[in-house]
Design a protein around this ligand. Structure first.
Ligand code: NI
Length: 176
């Protein structure tokens, strides 16, 4: 791929991380370039998922790759306008983190399985059922597209504590 560029990941708190994003009307070269850049940025971080608003683009797109096994090839996925069409009643708890909230982790309970419909980079409709880490990841990233962060599931005190740590981190980074 030509000209993949690492983009800057926004750190919470940032108003752009709290906004509902806009649907993507057409998958064009700009969108494909953004997808390449987001994958590059995600793998470099390293992380398993990244949503467009995290790089300051207010569009409904996310990338993810939750392959953990070293002997399994990577599976970079790009989901344009993803929508959850079904969620299991069964829930699952994972310790989540977020590239926009570095080094902070907390247990979040979500549906264990979800079915998601999205548009591919070829402009086609795709649908898939996700479970395990993939299910948690895709729900976490779709939340980003709706201005929601994993810390919004935590008790207010814990959320405030993490937010204060992030404000401090941003001040320290701005000073460098
Ligand atoms: Ni995140």
């Amino acid at each position: 791929m030509i000209g993949m560029t690492k983009r800057t990941i926004l750190i919470h708190p940032d108003p752009r991380l709290k906004k509902v994003t806009d649907p993507i009307a057409e998958v064009n070269d700009d969108i494909r370039r953004l997808a390449d850049d987001m994958l590059e940025t995600m793998y470099d971080a390293p992380g398993i998922g990244l949503a467009a608003p995290q790089v300051g683009v207010m569009s409904r797109m996310l990338v993810m790759d939750c392959v953990k096994e070293e002997d399994v090839p990577p599976r970079p996925m790009v989901l344009v306008n993803p929508e959850i069409t079904w969620s299991s009643d069964e829930l699952n708890t994972y310790e989540e983190g977020c590239l926009s909230i570095p080094d902070q982790y907390a247990d979040v309970e979500r549906p264990a399985e979800v079915e998601v419909k999205w548009t591919t980079l070829d402009g086609e409709t795709a649908q898939e059922k996700f479970d395990g880490l993939w299910a948690t990841c895709v729900q976490h990233e779709i939340d980003h597209l709706n201005g929601k962060l994993f810390i919004d599931y935590l008790k207010p005190l814990k959320r405030q504590m993490i937010t204060r740590k992030m404000q401090k981190l941003k001040r320290e980074r701005a000073r460098v």
